[in-house]
Design a protein around this ligand. Structure first.
Ligand code: 13P
Length: 290
């Protein structure tokens, strides 16, 4: 089927009480593995690309490979640009048919973030794409974007006011989670999701999914989160499996790339499948929840 609109997937998740898995891919192999996991669960899925991945593969080629994988997929697949502070990259991917973008203005003061978010929303909507907005920073560095320090934080009322005024489609608030591996137990702010949902219907996105417990995911979903981002878990499954294979090549003296690709695909597919199960987005689980 053609590439899906992110907002349609997330709106349905919101209505039916689950979260759409949004997984950062690094290449064609990881894209196919994530789609295989989604197909196995009969779940919609959002494939996300970091700015680093866009730069590494090129927006046009990356778009073509995801569009063609989505065409063949038996489940809806959307294409989303993850944390992007760079307006030129947003313009570039919108021209190449991304379903949505995360404009990350969390590194700038509120008045600038506010004005630029409104501009990005106008540009994206004109291209038929949706905008996730981040104006307070989610801690942690992801593919070279972000900061380990909390730079800006606002009240939930302020977040909703900016989102309403700018026409933002999805909110990425700070919820106590962090990108990458946790070095200490996070203080999770499920209460902020409840407060946001009490104030507005805007879909709320949970970042920093890797390392959270199943019960944490379930609490966030019950509070109203409808998109959950996973990146580091995929990288770990991918790279550890590749390393195991390469160690084996070294030991046996037999160097076979395709075998490694097959092993990586299975490892990534299985890793993402475990998350999809918890997110409740499989058609069967969602049907039961509806
Ligand atoms: P993790 O790398 O912690 O899974 O976070 C992913 C994410 O939030 C991408 O935006």
């Amino acid at each position: 089927m053609p590439i899906a609109p992110t907002l349609a997937l997330v709106d349905e998740a919101q209505r039916r009480g689950y979260a759409v898995p949004a997984v950062n891919i690094a290449d064609d192999l990881s894209a196919r593995a994530v789609i295989a996991a989604a197909e196995g669960a009969r779940s919609p899925v959002i494939l996300q690309t970091s700015v680093k991945t866009v730069r590494s593969i090129g927006a046009r080629h990356l778009s073509r490979l995801v569009h063609s994988a989505a065409e063949e997929a038996t489940v809806p697949v959307a294409l989303h640009l993850d944390h992007c502070p760079d307006r030129a990259v947003i313009t570039e991917v919108l021209a190449e048919g991304w379903s949505s973008v995360l404009f990350d203005a969390s590194d700038r003061p509120l008045d600038v973030a506010w004005r630029e978010t409104a501009e990005v929303v106008r540009e994206a909507h004109a291209a038929g794409a949706a905008v996730e907005s981040e104006i307070e920073n989610i801690v942690g560095v992801e593919d070279g974007v972000g900061s380990d320090e909390a730079l800006h934080s606002y009240s939930v009322e302020q977040l909703v006011e900016v989102a309403r005024d700018t026409g933002t489609d999805l909110l990425a608030p700070a919820l106590g989670t962090a990108h990458g591996l946790y070095t200490a137990d996070p203080v999770l702010r499920v209460d902020r999701v409840e407060s946001l949902r009490a104030l507005s219907d805007l879909p709320v996105v949970l970042h920093g999914g890797t390392g959270l417990r199943d019960e944490d995911f379930r609490a966030f979903i019950a509070a109203g989160v409808s998109k959950i981002n996973i990146s580091t878990a995929l990288k770990l499954a991918y790279m550890r499996t590749a390393k195991q294979h390469l160690d084996e090549c070294e030991r046996t003296g037999r160097w076979e790339p395709v075998k490694m690709f097959d092993a990586v695909l299975v490892a990534v597919r299985d890793e993402i499948a475990t998350h999809i199960e918890v997110f409740g987005s499989s058609r069967d689980a969602a049907g039961a929840a509806a």
